[in-house]
Write a protein that binds this ligand. Structure first.
Ligand code: ATP
Ligand code: MG
Ligand code: FE
Length: 345
């Protein structure tokens, strides 16, 4: 089954074709994907402008689809189903992809399904060669979410803990901004942190001894104060690099300790990390090392499938279509949508 995936929940237009018949081959079923980021469009305003995002998705969807079909050497008539992001996200942005996908499916006479963006992230690591089996603990760490979830099956999600304020990715982005680095902050912090000493500055590990919830708003203040105290924003490049490394270390340390705690609490031995921050090398390496000590394993997707993309939407859609689910002709997007409301497969 060839599924076209469409992601337009925020500031990235992502399209991909997933073919279940190619799952065992080198590409793991991912025939091809295209991604257009609106970063430059919004840079001027210091944040995503919803109306501009919607308009840009509309501009890009048709040319990107044509580019994808050509790249994959697939004809429209060969597509078997379409999956689009139905929520959560910006309502206008969601509507563009949903209406485009739903109408195209109607025109082609094929089924369409609305996918939960965070389920897309959560399932992306399962596209690999040796997918982890359910049940597992999932750490969802992205620009808008930080959650620990016990995943018992597709659509069977139990939230173990989550951030009571900022998301981890958002915190990376804000710390980067304070250090004068451009958006997205995560990869830029990681780069600056290379060849620096992560033990130079002692930053907080918030809420470490309080359950499985997270809090990252205090971290921003701590970084702000540290930059002020060290003249880090404009002085010595080494000072800035050491701040970046110390910050990354504190974030990773906090996330890893909570993951270990979650695995122990629910007696599971597999951890799956997903979302943009799961692309972080320091996080991956620290988890590999720490989980080995408790006989647990960590699983993640290639970096391009950690941040927003159409492939994860195509794959999550495929799993649900295969279980007989599909959406009718009415298009309804859900800007705020708890993952616990999803039906089980
Ligand atoms: P959500 O999925 O919650 O709606 P989003 O779609 O904006 O939010 P993603 O695209 O999954 O989030 O991830 C983007 C976030 O990931 C950004 O905050 C970015 O800084 C962070 N990020 C990306 N790469 C890295 C990295 N290597 N290290 C740390 N953070 C990273
Ligand atoms: Mg994004
Ligand atoms: Fe995302």
């Amino acid at each position: 089954m060839k599924v076209l995936g469409l992601e337009t929940s925020c500031d990235e237009t992502g399209l991909a074709i997933f073919d279940s018949e190619q799952m065992g081959s080198d590409n793991q079923g991912l025939v091809g994907q295209v991604l257009y980021s609106q970063i430059e469009l919004h840079a001027l305003y210091g944040g995503v402008v919803p109306e501009l995002a919607s308009r840009d998705h509309i501009r890009k969807l048709v040319p990107l689809l044509n580019e994808l079909l050509e790249q994959c050497d697939v004809k429209k008539s060969e597509i078997d189903a379409i999956a689009y992001t139905k929520g959560p996200g910006l309502i206008g942005a969601l509507m563009t992809g949903a209406l485009f996908g739903r109408s195209l499916a109607y025109g082609l006479g094929i089924p369409a399904i609305g996918v939960h963006h965070m389920e897309g992230h959560l399932l992306a690591p399962l596209m690999g060669a040796k997918p982890p089996a359910f049940p597992f603990v999932s750490l969802l760490v992205s620009g808008g979410h930080t959650q620990l979830i016990a995943a018992h099956g597709i659509g069977q999600y139990e939230i173990l803990g989550e951030s009571i304020d900022d998301a981890a990715g958002e915190c990376f982005d804000k710390a980067a901004k304070m250090l004068g680095l451009p958006y997205p902050g995560g990869p830029n912090i990681a780069k600056l942190a290379e060849n620096s000493d992560q033990n130079t500055y002692d930053l907080p590990r918030p809420m470490l001894h309080r359950g499985l919830d997270f809090s990252f708003s205090g971290m921003k203040t701590a970084v702000h104060n540290l930059i002020k105290d060290t003249d880090g924003s404009d002085s010595d490049p080494q000072v800035r690099a050491d701040i970046a490394a110390s910050f990354q270390h504190a974030m990773v340390d906090t996330l890893v300790k909570k993951c270990v705690k979650a695995l122990k609490q629910v007696s599971m031995s597999r951890l799956v990390i997903a979302g943009g921050v799961s692309a972080n090398t320091h996080l991956r390496e620290t988890l590999e090392a720490e989980l080995a000590k408790i006989n647990a394993t960590v699983h993640y997707a290639p970096p391009a499938l950690c941040t927003d993309n159409g492939a994860m939407i195509a794959y999550a859609g495929f799993e649900r279509l295969q279980a007989g689910q599909a959406d009718d002709l009415a298009v309804s997007c859900i800007p705020r949508w708890p993952m616990t409301e999803l039906p089980a497969v």
